[in-house]
Design a binder for this molecule. Structure first.
Ligand SMILES: Nc1ncnc2c1ncn2[C@@H]1O[C@H](COP(=O)(O)OP(=O)(O)OP(=O)(O)O)[C@@H](O)[C@H]1O
Length: 784
């Protein structure tokens, strides 16, 4: 038996021993959890039997409340115990499948003994409760595994740096208690294991990368110095993967103070939420909150407007012919998403401090309670030193008082008598009871007619004025819509607040379109955030103080406006922004100006750290080689050394041939075992057509912006929804110059091609687009 065999056997024996201990601990804990669970069930069931309830006197009341408190404490203590044991059990279950994935032998300076440190997804102590049989991958010492190479090495702990010598770094692939692979590795986590992981088939759900995190990714995961962490990384460089590992790391490091529901991830689309939702549970952690920026916008404004979403905006641009409409739309999007417009809106708010506020009059039953003129006069009579949003609050309080005065006078109105007459016996009884409750201690009861009438009148008027009161409380009297429109109709005002940028291109037509849409109750996507921003500057931001970490994936798709907005609404949060400037697919993303500047400016350079990930893991060497040729500066993207077939480019001279070629292609791919494949079309409209044409020949699944989650199989998906996800094989439906004909579609085309893990098959109806030609690839197959 050679040394390798001996080592293998030795390691397998250790795996057996540790697995056995895990199994024993798991068994014991399962029994314990069962007992605690039934305790909790019993306690809940018998809760009131155990509480002495007696309200007869003040003393009895006190005793009852003490008894109640004690009983709740017992219950919540047991519930906590149950939760804790269940959490531990969850981790033990995960460990029992694969107890660890790495080992380092580390000799600390000054120590005689070399410690063998095994790394897994959670710590596991021996029965002595002191010896770590497994270290959590997030423990300080574990960073040696990701960052260090055999030789002198050190790691950071809360009490300082610890130096020593790493004598060994070993990787394992353990499945169901058996070592499937074992490698001793050098500087980085060995390529062998990564090769194995990356050559697997893709899935409709993302996987954790805990065993093969790379050094530069580890820098993203463990960085907790700066307020803002910006990660610029090539397509497939593991930005999303690193982000999710980072969430798990933060949850571990700050486990005493940070919970999963204090972390929020902004995803590019709702499907993406489901795509990444299994990673944290795989690591034994709860999922963070997940949302999309669109969902937030809907939540805020969908009651007032029919909101255009970002996908519809892109769809309409991709489908549009070159012409005046597109020119205006692009100019409008460009300007409204820029920092210039952000500054314009801020200056507009400053202007409003002096003049120009617009109010809706307070009305009731068609009658005026407070007119707009009176409101204006009142508003500008408040101390000008008070912030605009605070003056709106003063205004609200004043209006509520005015309403109360109006209500009092209104009680004698004849309509109130009519309403009292109309009260049915039930309502009357309810009113009577309510009155009695309110009048407790006072001279209670409907003792005479006058009194009864006055109480009922009060009730009726209050009831009728409830919506008005609510309207005032919600500050709906501020006419944001009119103020936003004013910006587009009052040229003098616009010139005053637009600063150096002056009048943007196509402004008159863009303004006309903006106003007419708003008047129809619609808001274009490019208007939504500026509108909301103006609203919040005037009425006060609705902030969320609970969230401590905001993660924004695909941050290149956010305008400076949107980033500023996210920063504002989460004032106590740190931000991690992950993106790739090469994948900015929306019209407004040019607003980031092809640079990270607006990101670094968000919290200021001193509070911001930028990390670059240049190695691309998703696609084979051949695919990365091909796709990076499309992008200026693409040479800096380093492919991971995993070989496959060269991308295939197939030309057809008729749609019928194109379809035939695709059907044969997909059948062939399925035959080869590539199950998770996608036919990527440019638009949703094209998807519909392709689906209808091919559905009888292929088992296709159509994906649209409302599809809640990904599924495996052959998907037909529009380009922009393929963001952030990956497929074994990507089939591009029609990459001809007739389809992708604008320079502005380069990033979109690059994004779709980089979704392929193993195979990229590009079909083209006629001459391929310029982006393909730019790669220098000239070998095309012509469909017979
Ligand atoms: N260290 C790693 N070990 C194993 N797999 C990895 C590693 N890093 C990345 N990958 C794999 O590479 C693929 C791409 O990762 P991910 O989706 O996180 O990249 P991304 O930078 O967010 O991509 P994009 O910007 O193109 O959407 C995934 O399959 C992921 O599992």
């Amino acid at each position: 038996m050679d040394l390798n065999d001996q080592q293998w056997q030795h390691e397998q024996r250790r795996v057996d021993q540790v697995t056995e201990k895990i199994a024993v601990r798991k068994g014991a804990l399962e029994a314990e959890v069962g007992v605690v669970r039934s305790d909790v069930v019993e306690l809940r069931k018998d809760f009131w039997d155990e509480v002495r309830v007696n309200f007869s006197s003040a003393d009895d009341l006190g005793e009852t409340s003490t008894s109640l408190r004690q009983q709740s404490q017992v219950l919540s203590e047991r519930e906590r115990a149950h939760l804790q044991s269940s959490e531990t059990l969850k981790k033990l279950k995960l460990l029992s499948k694969s107890p660890y994935f790495g080992r380092i032998d580390f000799k600390e300076n000054g120590d005689e003994r070399t410690e063998q440190i095994y790394l897994g997804i959670a710590s596991f102590l021996d029965d002595d409760q002191e010896t770590f049989l497994i270290y959590d991958w997030r423990a300080p010492v574990s960073s040696l595994y990701y960052d260090g190479a055999p030789g002198p090495a050190s790691y950071q702990t809360p009490s300082g740096e610890i130096g020593g010598t790493m004598e060994l770094k070993r990787q394992f692939a353990i499945r169901d208690g058996h070592i499937k692979a074992m490698f001793d590795t050098g500087v980085t986590i060995g390529d062998e294991l990564l090769q194995q992981v990356l050559s697997h088939s893709s899935d409709h759900q993302m996987k954790s990368i805990v065993a093969t995190i790379q050094k530069e990714q580890n820098a993203v995961i463990r960085n907790d110095k700066s307020r803002m962490l910006v990660v610029q990384g090539a397509a497939g460089s593991g930005k999303t993967s690193a982000a999710l590992q980072r969430v798990a790391y933060l949850l571990y490091k700050y486990r005493e103070t940070l919970k999963a529901d204090q972390i929020i991830l902004f995803s590019p689309n709702p499907m993406f939420n489901s795509y990444v939702s299994s990673v944290l549970p795989e690591l034994g952690e709860d999922n963070m909150l997940q949302t999309t920026f669109q969902a937030y916008l809907e939540h805020r404004l969908s009651r007032e407007f029919d909101l255009e979403d970002v996908f519809s905006q892109l769809e309409s641009i991709l489908k549009a012919e070159d012409g005046p409409w597109l020119k205006v739309k692009r100019a409008s999007i460009g300007y409204k998403s820029s920092t210039h417009f952000l500054e314009t809106i801020r200056r507009y708010k400053d202007d409003l401090e002096q003049t120009g506020m617009k109010f809706k009059p307070v009305r009731f039953k068609g009658r005026l309670i407070v007119s707009e003129e009176v409101m204006l006069e009142k508003f500008y009579s408040f101390d000008p030193a008070v912030r605009l949003a605070n003056r709106v609050e003063l205004m609200r309080d004043w209006l509520l008082k005015e309403l109360a005065r109006f209500a009092k006078n209104e009680r004698t109105a004849s309509w109130v008598d009519d309403q009292i007459e109309l009260l049915d016996p039930d309502e009357y009884q309810k009113a009577y009871t309510r009155m009695r409750r309110k009048q407790t201690g006072k001279d209670a009861g409907f003792d005479d007619y006058e009194r009864e009438r006055s109480l009922l009148a009060k009730m009726v008027v209050n009831e009728w004025l409830k919506p008005v009161r609510k309207w005032i409380k919600r500050k709906r009297f501020v006419d944001v819509k009119a103020m936003y429109i004013e910006l587009f109709t009052n040229r003098e005002l616009f010139l005053r607040v637009s600063g150096e940028a002056g009048i943007p291109d196509e402004w008159d037509e863009a303004s006309r379109q903006t106003v007419s849409m708003i008047q129809e109750g619609k808001l274009a996507y490019e208007d939504v955030t500026p509108y909301l921003y103006l609203e919040d500057l005037v009425k006060g931001f609705r902030v969320n103080n609970v969230i401590r970490h905001v993660f924004i994936d695909e941050v290149q798709d956010y305008s400076p406006f949107q980033l500023e907005y996210v920063k504002r609404i989460f004032p106590r949060a740190r931000m991690t922004a992950l993106g790739d400037l090469n994948q900015g697919i929306y019209a407004h993303t040019n607003a980031l100006g092809g640079s990270l500047e607006s990101l670094t400016q968000l919290y200021g350079a001193e509070d911001t750290e930028v990390v670059s990930l240049t190695r691309s893991y998703r696609s084979t060497l051949e695919i990365v080689d091909f796709t990076r040729g499309m992008m200026p500066g693409g040479e800096s993207i380093i492919p991971f050394n995993r070989s496959g077939e060269k991308p295939l480019i197939q030309l057809a001279d008729s749609r019928e041939k194109l379809h035939r070629g695709i059907v044969e292609d997909i059948r062939h791919l399925n035959g080869q075992g590539y199950e998770h494949t996608a036919i990527i079309c440019k638009t949703a409209e094209e998807c519909e057509q392709v689906y209808d044409s091919l559905k009888d020949e292929l088992p296709l699944k159509k994906i649209s912006k409302t599809t809640p989650s990904f599924v495996t199989g052959t998907l037909v998906i529009p380009s922009y929804l393929a963001k952030g996800v990956e497929f074994d094989a990507v089939v591009i439906y029609d990459a001809s110059e007739n389809s992708y004909f604008r320079e502005s579609e380069r990033k979109l085309f690059y994004t779709v091609c980089t979704r392929a893990m193993h195979l990229l098959h590009i079909h083209s109806l006629g001459t391929p687009c310029r982006f393909i030609r730019d790669t220098g690839e000239e070998k095309y197959i012509v469909q017979p």
